[in-house]
Design a protein around this ligand. Sequence first.
Ligand code: AMP
Ligand code: MN
Ligand code: MN
Ligand code: MN
Length: 276
Amino acid sequence: MSDIYDLHCHSTASDGALSPTELVERACQQGVTHLALTDHDCLDGLAEAEIVASKLGLRLIPGIELSTTWEKKCFHIVGLGIDPNNNLLLEGSRHAQSTRLNRAEKISLKLEKKKIFGAFDAVKAAAGEGMITRTHFANFLLSNNHVSNLQEAFDKYIGDNKCAFVATIWPSLDEAIAWIKAAGGIAVLAHPMRYKLTKSSMTRFMNDFKKCGGQGIEVVYGRSSQDDISAAANLARKFELAGSVGSDFHNPNNQWIELGRLNSLPPGIKPVWQFF
Ligand code: AMP
Ligand code: MN
Ligand code: MN
Ligand code: MN
């Protein structure tokens, strides 16, 4: 049986719809042999995922997707192969949880100005012990018929710079990569084509990412076009980064591709799993 990697996905510990157990079971059914669970700013799902993965004979790579700020913009850095008990990451995660709670209050107040009530209680209940994310707001807006699909929730209300958007200061790129490295992990730039950077900003970002100790880039992403894959592969070659593959699976019912259904890395790109 050939190896099938999927190194980016979410569980109910952040904005995924499946519990860590359900997620690992599904990955196994889909033939995934190496799965990284990478919840937003959160390690809480990893222990449960590991128990199921070892029962099913699937290799779980402990991961996290850290929200970071670089030049006032949010960048997602996936940490792969981290120690889930590392104190710097645990402390960063606790801080992110309170940042997210504060942000949720502010988003809810902005929604109230648009005569949309009850968001805060709803997202808090939906997130439970997990991280409150904008996905929870999108689900709330959809289930209360304020929008007709999740994308519209982002386009109309909670997307960057829309009327209920709240700018947030996340840990710096430098800090986040330092935590990942201290936890024994590899820092990977998630979905590089989603930031819509100009060529010169991308070069500046990549130079900083390398300087901070970044080692990988998500060359194959769940929603990448062939052009996106080529562009990300060019960045991997130019900046001598290893390539990762990740679906960013959140939910079996909408918009996300299935776990493990990813294109192979283009020729000449060293896989990030050389480090594991
Ligand atoms: P947050 O980290 O709370 O700001 O939420 C970010 C999450 O919202 C992302 O990881 C995606 O799951 C989701 N998201 C962001 N933008 C969009 C979009 N345009 N459409 C659907 N989901 C989105
Ligand atoms: Mn998400
Ligand atoms: Mn992301
Ligand atoms: Mn993600």
